[in-house]
Design a protein around this ligand. Structure first.
Ligand code: PMP
Length: 362
């Protein structure tokens, strides 16, 4: 058999599948530029540059049980998360980042011909996971200003609609969706996934509706607020019936003990984490205030740990080059849905100063 013959064994729909293109890792950026990891300016993936509490390294070094598998039910961690969000632990499922949980949810619910309503521009995993799980993606683009088109979402619901996904605050635009709109969509009686990955920076949540609407599923993550994106830890909040079914199909030890410890420490050291969150929110305000004066930029209000700005055509290549020259990693966009734009993670005050200086060049 020739190597190319191997393709016959692969799902034919996946041969053409385009993978999610992740940004270069912090380690590669550091290595390529001869920098230490704490010297790089990585503002392209909405990580938390302040990192986790110093207690985490101590606890990871002290832990003596790495030779054993974790508790497949993650009871202690789920209880701690339940306390944090104020719901019973049987409403919680933990996963290896929100990414795993999006995939797991779709794996549980999608049957042939089922449709998933998505509102781009938004987080790329929704479309990738829908297609991977053989769902039919129904895109209802956001309106000007990036608000969801609630009327059109509601009109797109039919007998095949299984799930509606709402990213709130939205990545990459940073705006939030009104609770009234979410409730209207919940009333349509389909599953609704509200992705609150950036909740800690918006402080707005659909969670109080979870008992009234059992079709509501909320996604959260420790990657953004707790500074442990590298450990991979996210969770779903959903009705216990749902959590039980998801638990059945997950891989038994889907998060590792280091992530488990990372989650416990973050929740334990909540005052430290809260002070970091407040600092990021303060920096966000400062950036937005300063940038709003620049007539070549259209800066959007943000409820997350990043800012989103559209730039004039002439400025786009210039800014890309400037970011590159200064070894500052940011996310750039150039499509009909986004316009020519940048999404920039809120960094340390020194990093944000560099961002302001570069944008002021235009
Ligand atoms: N949802 C949104 C909206 C995100 O932006 C991200 C991270 N980019 C995630 C979910 C997934 O995060 P993680 O897998 O690190 O938990």
């Amino acid at each position: 058999m020739k190597m190319t013959d191997l393709k016959q064994f692969i799902r034919q729909d996946l041969i053409k599948f385009e993978e999610y293109k992740a940004v270069p890792s912090a380690y590669d950026i550091a290595l390529d530029n001869n920098l230490a990891i704490n010297e790089i300016d990585k503002l392209d993936a909405n990580e938390n540059v302040f990192g986790p509490s110093s207690k985490l390294n101590r606890e990871l070094a002290r832990f003596k049980g790495y030779q054993y598998y974790p508790d497949p039910e993650y009871k202690r961690l789920r209880r701690a998360i339940g306390n944090y969000v104020n719901v019973p632990e049987d409403y919680i499922l933990v996963g290896s980042g929100g990414d795993e949980l999006i995939d797991l949810l779709l794996r549980l619910i999608i049957e042939p011909g089922d449709e998933v309503i998505n509102s781009p521009p938004t987080f790329g995993s929704y479309s990738t996971s829908t297609i991977l799980n053989r769902g039919i993606l129904v895109d209802v683009p956001r309106k000007k200003g990036f608000g969801i088109n609630t009327k059109k979402v509601l009109r797109s619901i039919n007998s095949k609609t299984k799930l509606i996904i709402l990213c709130n605050p939205n990545n990459p635009s940073g705006n939030i969706t009104d609770k009234k709109d979410i409730e209207q969509i919940l009333k349509a009686g389909r599953l609704v996934l509200v992705d609150e990955a950036y909740f800690e920076f918006s402080k707005q949540t659909t969670l109080p509706l979870i008992k009234k609407y059992p079709n509501l599923i909320i996604l959260r993550t420790f990657s953004k607020w707790a500074g442990i994106a590298g450990l991979r830890l996210g969770y779903l909040i959903a009705s216990p019936i749902f959590i039980r079914q998801l638990t059945k199909i997950k891989s038994p030890y889907n998060i590792n003990v280091a992530a488990e410890i990372g989650g416990m420490i973050a929740l334990d050291d909540i005052n430290y984490q809260q002070s970091i969150i407040e600092e990021i929110i303060k920096e966000r305000k400062r950036l937005l205030r300063n940038l709003s004066r620049n007539i070549n930029l259209l800066v959007y209000p943000s409820f997350a740990n990043f800012i989103f700005l559209q730039v004039k055509d002439f400025a786009f290549p210039k800014l890309k080059l400037l970011f590159q020259k200064n070894i500052i990693a940011v996310r750039s966009y150039d499509s009909t849905l986004t316009g020519k734009a940048f999404r920039i993670t809120i960094g340390s005050p020194q990093q944000n100063k560099k961002i302001l200086e570069i944008l002021d060049n235009i």
